[in-house]
Write a protein that binds this ligand. Structure first.
Ligand SMILES: [Zn+2]
Length: 315
């Protein structure tokens, strides 16, 4: 199960991994915390489309359905409203009723309910930076970690289903400096103009840990198709699609993850999110074993850092 902020995030982050697992027979569920109602129309060809302007929420639902069919995952809307990306100086406050302003108990319960119903063995979400300073992305991290902690606790939200603790919790690590450098280097070597130079020169994000590299280059074209299905959210002529596929496959053929909490030990050179979960039955038993202890736990001690970061994104 992958928890994302908006429709399109699932296609730009980890979609090749999901496409691979679906085709290997795993059940994969994407949870979208919000409906993406406040996203900009980033495709210049669709800027003045009357239908899109009239009902962006429905358009985003239709786009999500198309991406879902391309990758093959099951999909759940958590049902909260896009917070938008506050811009300006001073920053404006977040709009009333948006995801990032919902009480944490409410958003956590909604995700706990989905986790206890779908019963995933692996939960994937964003790190405390959100991967990008959008209030919904940071809040997706906060809510995912709260729900991960609560889902296996029989005293938490007892009316929201029987306890279920996903045996493995990962952060997405698909947008790393190492990957962009590898793409940049190979593009220059092959005489292809690189869009990554400026980005790398201004790179300020802290280094991250990668524990797990999932080989999924065969599924990069599916990932791109899924992203293009979010037609209002992506410019098909934009830089995202500029890197030639053969260079992507050669420079960085994996999508990467960090194991942050686990009931089974981290494998050396781990290349599979399900590594260590011996069988479906064993993983089911582990998820319901309330006495099992985490053998790895690198989660932040409290959500305070992420909450402060979330507050800093709005006035
Ligand atoms: Zn997003």
């Amino acid at each position: 199960m992958a928890v994302h902020a908006h429709p399109d995030d699932e296609s730009s982050k980890g979609a090749a991994t999901m496409a691979k697992y679906v085709r290997e027979g795993q059940e994969v569920t994407v949870v979208s915390c919000t409906g993406g109602e406040r996203g900009d129309i980033l495709n210049p060809r669709l800027k003045d489309d009357a239908h899109i302007l009239r009902d962006i929420a429905q358009v985003r639902r239709d786009e999500m359905r198309a991406a879902q069919e391309i990758v093959g995952f099951d999909h759940v809307w958590l049902g909260f409203v896009d917070s938008g990306l506050p811009e300006g100086d001073p920053l404006p406050p977040l709009p009333a009723g948006c995801f990032a302003l919902e009480p944490l108990d409410v958003t956590t319960e909604a995700l706990v309910r989905v986790i206890r119903e779908v019963r995933p063995h692996v939960l994937v979400t964003y790190d405390e930076s959100g991967g990008y300073p959008h209030p919904d992305h940071i809040n997706t991290h906060i809510v995912s970690l709260a729900a991960y902690a609560a889902a296996g606790d029989p005293d938490a939200y007892p009316h929201a289903g029987p306890p279920w603790r996903p045996p493995k919790l990962y952060y997405l690590r698909t947008m790393t400096k190492g990957r962009l450098e590898a793409l940049h280097r190979l593009m220059l070597e092959r005489g292809v103009e690189s869009q990554y130079g400026d980005w790398l020169a201004k790179w300020e994000r802290p280094d991250v840990t990668i524990t797990t590299r999932v080989e999924c280059a065969d599924y990069f074209p599916i990932r791109d198709q899924a992203l293009l299905a979010h037609a209002t959210q992506v410019d098909p002529d934009g830089s995202w699609f500029h890197t030639p596929m053969d260079i992507q496959r050669e420079a960085w053929p994996t999508e990467d993850f960090e194991l942050v909490a686990s009931l089974v030990p981290l494998m050396e050179g781990e290349d599979d999110l399900f590594a260590g979960l011996e069988s479906l039955e064993a993983a089911d038993a582990l998820a319901q074993d309330l006495d099992a202890t985490l053998v790895r736990d690198t989660r932040p001690e409290s959500p305070d850092g992420a909450v402060a970061l979330l507050r800093s994104t709005a006035g």
